[in-house]
Write a protein that binds this ligand. Structure first.
Ligand code: NAG
Ligand code: NAG
Ligand code: NAG
Ligand code: NAG
Ligand code: NAG
Ligand code: NAG
Ligand code: NAG
Length: 797
């Protein structure tokens, strides 16, 4: 008969005496080591209650150097050394004379060491108390795990003044978490939240009340005595016991006190000789209700920003998101929530009509610390109205004649019956969901790209021929695509309608709903009757602007002749005395600006599709319509998004008409700061290349989801065009798309887009590519040459 598995293991242990056998009495000799991933090796305490060794982290090939209860089924971890720096497989921990316990990665790099660093350690000992100690030849303690506090206190352990117990980040992530249990200078043992990056302690939410005006009687130690009682010891030796009544005897029970990742400090007991399935029973929790206890003005509370906390039967936090919100990190219920709709923001040229928002009632939910206004005495109807009309307001709570206005992010949210009164959340109307992935574009030129990229790299002449052929094929394909518009749309396109002022007055309900302000007038939302009701955006051209007379004619003429799927369509106009108006199709998703700089972000894939759309629209304006149009004001506020999140260029109000045989023109400075090409300021000829420049800036904004000028970031990043070039030059392009996994996984395209953008923002207009070239480079049909520094003149001066 062949060996069965237990047999082999038995055999193995006897032939190769492992550390498990060697350390049976708790002693560890200098030179002993353990390897992560080798389950058989542990350093056990004499009675086997505790083990020291590696524990594998949840489903990852990472290990924690830890101490745990080794006799109970769930092997509860009570101490860990490297929560913030988990060790890879095959890492080793070794007891050395020089450095004490040393944890090294497989390459020999040091992850953690206990100390002391004076070359005296003689042996180590895993005590049955759960304390691992390092001693010198005289048996004097040099280091002990009880002094390096993790998240758990054990009987016989003492926390001195200044000691800090830190929670984990989550049940399975042992990085430092948001909560602390400390014995502070005034003698109080407190629970408090912290700011995670800096460790700065926020307000306490639990106190032992062991201060004394007579400082000789203030608390000076937190003691967990061997009988399982936890108390604060005062200087006068008086004990303020934190454990209630009598605790179960320590001879038959384990005791521990653990600060959990939700901020609850729990005293537990567990029978030592459990026949099988007993678990830890709660002796006491501090505080009794974590949801209502944490109410500092800073920090998030147990459930993260916008989260809502309810208390479980064992007095731990249960977190959930309010209606129309979802988890920030789907794997972390305690990490906070984000809205599933674009929240209202107080900014111009972002669609924010109060009519687009409504209040939904919440049941017994309050975020007590997020108020910014309090109206009293007041009534509930006025309270609701006040919130709807206030673009800062996200939530209201109304209770007994008082109205509190609150804003995002909300903190310390809780739901319980004690929240009497009514609360309401302001949400976007309709079943608005986050932008899904756009329809996958038909890549009918994929094979072409492949052929071209395979063939590219031959002679210069050959490449020229190829590019010619490619562009021809490319434009042929696109041209056909553009002409495939549905019948209905074509009818709208070709019939520019002349509206009367009265008609538009009715359509807009007397010009009530303002949706934006363009360069030359205010834009209103309306509903015109063309067959059925069609939503439109009506641009009222301000008659007080002197130039507007000419601008109006220009705009109508130019737009009337444009038909492209990446341009906003003009439906009609009104020219009645002083009343001049343009009637455009209404695009439901508003401007690109709100998606680049607002709360709801577009995915990398959607952003690249938008960049292509804008490039196509510009290419059309520059090269393909009967009269060349220079837009002059390309910026995210002038790019609208349709229901499929396709880009549509809007606002031709500044467009200067050019006939095709005349390619250059002088004109007064137009456009918007941050996006205008340098030649505007240099009194140079203005060509289509000004749009190429603005497109380059916009492309960088689309890549990075930030404004071209941002004074709130560190100085060297404030000017996007400069920073982008620096990143490109230093091969640090990933810095431009921080945390955008999708973009980071698409490095080739990211690199291509950044290089194209740098070509577009060249100070010398002649160096900038045409939109045709931009299109070919973005698509990857032709390779992007290495771009030069965009502003050599500025650097020289
Ligand atoms: C552990 O080792 C030390 C030194 O070798 C020895 O003095 C001590 O008795 C040992 N302890 C046990 C419990 O075996
Ligand atoms: C182990 O812990 C017990 C109880 O605290 C203590 O008496 C003993 O000295 C410890 N052993 C060593 C080697 O420190
Ligand atoms: C724990 O969380 C931190 C912060 O989110 C993260 O950086 C780290 O990778 C996580 N650790 C593990 C082992 O998942
Ligand atoms: C402070 O406490 C000590 C010891 O309990 C006591 O002797 C002393 O009188 C107290 N002093 C005052 C001012 O209460
Ligand atoms: C531990 O503390 C409790 C409460 O003060 C006390 O009753 C008990 O006698 C203490 N146990 C020991 C071993 O000192
Ligand atoms: C173990 O669990 C089972 C089912 O939960 C229960 O019926 C049984 O009584 C438990 N045993 C002990 C010793 O608690
Ligand atoms: C919104 O979605 C819910 C659930 O999908 C549905 O019951 C409801 O009718 C929808 N409301 C509107 C206005 O579409």
């Amino acid at each position: 008969m062949a060996f069965d598995l237990p047999c082999i293991l038995y055999f193995f242990f006897f032939l190769f005496p492992s550390s498990l056998v060697a350390q049976r009495n708790g002693n560890v000799t200098v030179g002993d080591s353990l390897t992560a991933g080798d389950e058989a090796t542990l350093w056990l305490s004499p009675a086997g209650d505790f083990a020291f060794g590696f524990r594998q982290l949840d489903k990852k090939d990472l290990y924690l150097l830890a101490i745990w209860y080794n006799k109970i089924p769930d092997k509860t971890i009570v101490w860990y050394a490297n929560g913030d720096r988990p060790a890879p497989k095959k890492s080793t921990v070794k007891l050395t004379a020089e450095l004490g316990v040393v944890l090294n990665n497989p390459q020999g790099g040091e992850i953690w060491k206990s100390g002391p660093g004076n070359g005296e350690a003689a042996y180590g000992f895993m005590n049955d108390t759960g304390n691992f100690l390092v001693a010198n030849a005289n048996g004097e303690k040099l280091w002990q795990s009880f002094e390096l506090l993790a998240d758990t206190l054990l009987p016989t352990q003492i926390m001195e003044k200044g000691g800090i117990l830190s929670s984990r980040l989550s049940e399975t992530n042992f990085s430092k978490g948001r909560f602390q249990f400390r014995l502070i200078q005034d003698g109080n043992a407190v629970l408090n939240t912290i700011n995670l990056p800096t460790g700065f302690p926020y307000e306490a939410y639990f106190w032992s009340n062991t201060v004394d005006s007579n400082s000789s009687n203030a608390g000076y130690q937190v003691v967990f005595n061997e009988s399982g009682y936890l108390y604060v010891l005062r200087a006068s030796n008086i004990r303020e016991v934190l454990t209630p009544g009598r605790v179960v005897p320590a001879t038959e029970n384990y005791h521990r006190a653990t600060l959990h990742f939700d901020g609850v400090f729990v005293l537990y007991s567990h029978p030592k000789n459990s026949p099988g399935n007993e678990s830890w029973s709660v002796v006491r929790t501090m505080p009794v209700n974590i949801c209502t206890a944490v109410r500092g003005l800073k920090g998030t509370g147990p459930c993260g920003f916008n989260g809502v906390c309810t208390i479980s039967t064992d007095q731990r936090a249960i977190c959930r998101c309010p209606e129309r919100f979802s988890l920030l990190d789907p794997d972390d219920p305690y990490g906070g929530c984000k809205p599933d709709f674009p929240t209202q923001v107080c900014a111009e040229d972002v669609p924010n009509a109060p009519e687009d928002y409504e209040l939904v009632q919440l049941t017994n939910i309050d975020w007590p610390e997020s108020d910014y206004e309090m109206y009293t005495p007041y009534n509930i109807e006025d309270c609701k109205k006040a919130c709807l009309q206030d673009c800062f307001c996200n939530v209201i709570v109304f209770r007994e004649g008082t109205c509190w206005k609150k804003k995002l992010p909300l903190s310390n949210g809780r739901q319980d019956d004690s929240v009497n009164g009514a609360s309401f959340m302001k949400v976007r109307k309709g079943n608005y969901t986050l932008p899904g992935p756009p329809p996958i574009p038909k890549k009918n030129h994929d094979s072409l790209v492949l052929v071209v990229s395979v063939l590219l790299g031959g002679s210069v002449f050959f490449n020229f021929v190829l590019v010619g052929v490619a562009s021809f094929a490319f434009f042929f394909i696109y041209h056909n695509k553009f002409n495939r518009t549905p019948q209905v749309e074509r009818a709208v396109q070709s019939n520019l309608r002349c509206f009367s002022y009265k008609e538009l007055m009715e359509a807009t309900n007397g010009f009530k709903e303002e949706v934006g302000r363009g360069a030359f007038g205010i834009v209103y939302k309306g509903l015109v009757q063309i067959g059925s009701g069609v939503p439109v955006a009506i641009k009222k051209v301000d008659r007080f602007v002197k130039e507007s007379d000419k601008e109006f004619k220009t705009e109508v003429d130019a737009i009337a002749q444009t038909h492209h799927k990446n341009l906003v369509r003009l439906i009609g106009f009104c020219d009645e005395g002083q009343h001049r108006m343009l009637v455009y199709e209404f695009l439901s998703n508003g401007t690109l600006a709100s998606f680049l700089f607002g709360d709801v972000k577009l995915s990398w894939n959607q952003r690249t599709q938008i960049a292509f759309g804008i490039a196509r629209g510009l290419l059309y304006l520059h090269d393909e319509c009967s009269t060349q149009i220079i837009h002059c004001d390309i910026k995210p506020q002038n790019i609208l998004l349709d229901e499929h999140y396709d880009a549509r260029i809007a606002d031709f109000g500044l467009a200067k008409l050019l006939s095709l045989d005349q390619s250059q023109t002088f004109t007064a400075i137009r456009g918007t700061k941050g996006y205008v090409a340098p030649e505007w300021f240099r009194n140079k000829l203005i060509t289509v290349k000004v749009d190429v420049y603005s497109f380059g800036v916009l492309l960088l904004e689309i890549i990075c989801c930030r404004r071209s000028v941002d004074t709130e970031v560190v100085e060297e990043r404030a000017i996007l065009t400069d920073w982008a070039y620096d990143c490109y030059q230093q091969g640090m392009m990933h810095a431009l798309v921080e945390n955008d996994e999708e973009a980071l996984n698409d490095m080739k395209k990211l690199e291509r887009f950044v290089m194209v953008a740098i070509w577009c923002i060249q100070e010398d207009p002649n160096l900038r590519p045409t939109m045709k070239m931009v299109m070919l480079m973005l698509e990857g049909i032709i390779q992007v040459p290495v771009p030069p520094c965009p502003s050599p003149f500025s650097i020289a001066s």
